[in-house]
Design a protein around this ligand. Structure first.
Ligand SMILES: Cc1ncc(COP(=O)(O)O)c(C=O)c1O
Length: 422
C-alpha cells in the first residue's frame, strides 16, 4: 500500500496536529496541567445562557428539532440562514451582496483549506501560490496547501516600544515588490486579528492590501475568526470589517462559544461562494445545520452582535489586561517583549535571550505541565529556518482560560526563561 503525495502531505506531522493533540491528550499522572496552548475559547456564562435559551426554544417548538436533525442542507449552506445573513450584512455594513455571496463550511478551518487550494497549486501548467503578506501567521494554515511549495510570505516589520511591547507592521513596499515580480500569486491571505500575535491590521493596512489585490486581479482573503461584528475580540478602534468583490471574508461561530458545532461563513464574489459550496458537496455533501439553526434568530435580532460587543469583548479585554500584568510581574528583570494585545485570545512573547529554540523550550515547559505553542510553527512560506529574528524565540499563550492556571503557567515560563537565558 502506498499513500499518494496528497495523502502523505496531509497525514504527516504538523504543528496544528500537535496543537490539537495537546488540547485533548492528558499529561502524565501527577502533572498539573496549565493549558495555555490551543485555541479553545473561554466559556462565557451569558453567551452560554443565550444558546441554551435558543436550544430550549428549538426543542419545544413543534417538530423543529426533528426537522433539523433529519435533513441535509444545501452544499452552500442552510438557505434560510444565507438569506437572513445577507440581509444582516447589507443592513449593518451596507455591503452590496445577496445570499449568492455567502457559503457555509464545517468550520472556518475547512473554509481556508478550500480557498487556499482553489487559488494555489497547478493551473494551466503553472504553479500558483498564496502570498501571506505578514509572517508570522496562523499555524493552522501552514500545511493546508495540497501541493508542495505553494505558500510564500513576506516577513512582518517590527516596531519596538519603550514599555517592552512591540507590534508587527505590514511591509507594504516588500509586498508590492513581491507581487510585481511574481504573477503566479493566486491570492493573498491574512488573519485579522492575527493568530498568533494578537496584532490587528489597521484599516489603512487592509486598504493597502485590498488595493494591491485589485491591481493584480487576485483576491485578498481576510480571516475574521476573531473580528467584527462577532466575536468582536478586537481592542483597537481602526479595525472595521470590510468586504467588496476583491475580498473574501471568512468568519466563524467558534470564538463566540460554538467551537464544537463547526460553522464557518464565507462571504465572497458569487462564483467563489458557489465554488466553496461545490467543494462542500464533494468533500462533505453538506455543512452541519446545527450552527446556523442555533444562531439564526440571534444574528437576525442583533442579539449575537450585542453579546459580542457588550459581553465577549469586555470579557477578553479584561483577561488580556490581566495576562499582560502577570507577564510584566513575572518577567520583570528578564529580556522579554510582548506583542501589543490588540485582539484575539492569545499573547505572543518574544524571548531574545533564550539559549534554545522554542520547540525545545516548549518540551521543557510541557514536563512542568505548562502547555504552550512554540513560535516556529507560525513562520512558514519561506526558508527553514525562517528569516525573521523572532523565528525560534517566541511563544504563543492562550490567555483565556482559568485565571489561577494562567498565572501559574506564566510564573513557570518566566522561571524557566531565567534558567535558560544566555
Ligand atoms: C485565525 C484562525 N482562523 C481559523 C480558525 C479555525 O476556526 P474554526 O474552524 O473553529 O472556525 C482558527 C482557530 O483557532 C483561527 O485562530
Amino acid at each position: 500500500m502506498e499513500f499518494s503525495d496528497f495523502g502523505t502531505k496531509l497525514s504527516s506531522h504538523s504543528g496544528i496536529l500537535q496543537l490539537m493533540d495537546d488540547i485533548a491528550r492528558p499529561l502524565p499522572d501527577g502533572v498539573r496541567c496549565r493549558p495555555l496552548g490551543g485555541g479553545n475559547p473561554a466559556r462565557v456564562a451569558q453567551v452560554e445562557q443565550a444558546y441554551r435559551r435558543q436550544m430550549e426554544k428549538l426543542l419545544s417548538s413543534g417538530e423543529d428539532f426533528e426537522n433539523l436533525l433529519a435533513h441535509y442542507d444545501s452544499p452552500q449552506g442552510r438557505v434560510s440562514f444565507l438569506e437572513m445573513a445577507a440581509g444582516f450584512f447589507r443592513r449593518t455594513f451596507g455591503w452590496n451582496l445577496t445570499s449568492a455571496n455567502i457559503a457555509l463550511t464545517n468550520g472556518s478551518q475547512s473554509a481556508m483549506f478550500y480557498l487556499f487550494n482553489l487559488f494555489s497549486g497547478t493551473a494551466r501548467g503553472r504553479k500558483k501560490t498564496i502570498l501571506f503578506p505578514l509572517m508570522p501567521e496562523y499555524i493552522g494554515y501552514a500545511d493546508q496547501g495540497i501541493e508542495e511549495g505553494t505558500f510564500v510570505s513576506v516577513p512582518a516589520r517590527c516596531e519596538y516600544y519603550g514599555d517592552r511591547t512591540f507590534k508587527y507592521q505590514l511591509d507594504a513596499d516588500a509586498v508590492s515588490a513581491y507581487l510585481d515580480g511574481h504573477d503566479e500569486v493566486g491570492a493573498m491571505a491574512v488573519s485579522r486579528p492575527t493568530n498568533p500575535s494578537g496584532n490587528v491590521l489597521t484599516d489603512s493596512e487592509i486598504r493597502t492590501l485590498a488595493e494591491l489585490a485589485h491591481r493584480h486581479s487576485i483576491p485578498l482573503i481576510v480571516d475574521n475568526a476573531y473580528g467584527l461584528p462577532f466575536p468582536d475580540i478586537v481592542f483597537t478602534d481602526d479595525a472595521q470589517p470590510v468586504w467588496n468583490e476583491d475580498i473574501i471574508l471568512s468568519m466563524s461561530l467558534s470564538k463566540i462559544g460554538l467551537p464544537s458545532i463547526r460553522t464557518g461563513i464565507v462571504i465572497a464574489r458569487a462564483d467563489i461562494a458557489r465554488a466553496v459550496g461545490n467543494i462542500n458537496a464533494i468533500a462533505a455533501l453538506a455543512t452541519g445545520s446545527f450552527g446556523p439553526a442555533l444562531a439564526h434568530e440571534m444574528l437576525e435580532s442583533g442579539e449575537l452582535t450585542d453579546l459580542a460587543r457588550n459581553v465577549v469583548r469586555p470579557f477578553y479585554k479584561e483577561k488580556a489586561a490581566r495576562a499582560e500584568a502577570l507577564i510584566r510581574k513575572y518577567f520583570e528583570g528578564t529580556d522579554y517583549y510582548l506583542h501589543r494585545i490588540e485582539g484575539s485570545i492569545f499573547c505572543w512573547i518574544y524571548l531574545p535571550s533564550l539559549r534554545i529554540p522554542t520547540l525545545e523550550f516548549y518540551s521543557l515547559l510541557m514536563e512542568e505541565g505548562v502547555v504552550t505553542v512554540p513560535g516556529e510553527y507560525f513562520f512558514f512560506g519561506g526558508a527553514v529556518p525562517y528569516p525573521h529574528e523572532h523565528y525560534d524565540k517566541c511563544l504563543r499563550l492562550n490567555y483565556s482560560g482559568d485565571g489561577a492556571l494562567v498565572e501559574e503557567g506564566i510564573e513557570i515560563i518566566a522561571r524557566k526563561y531565567r534558567q535558560w537565558s544566555k
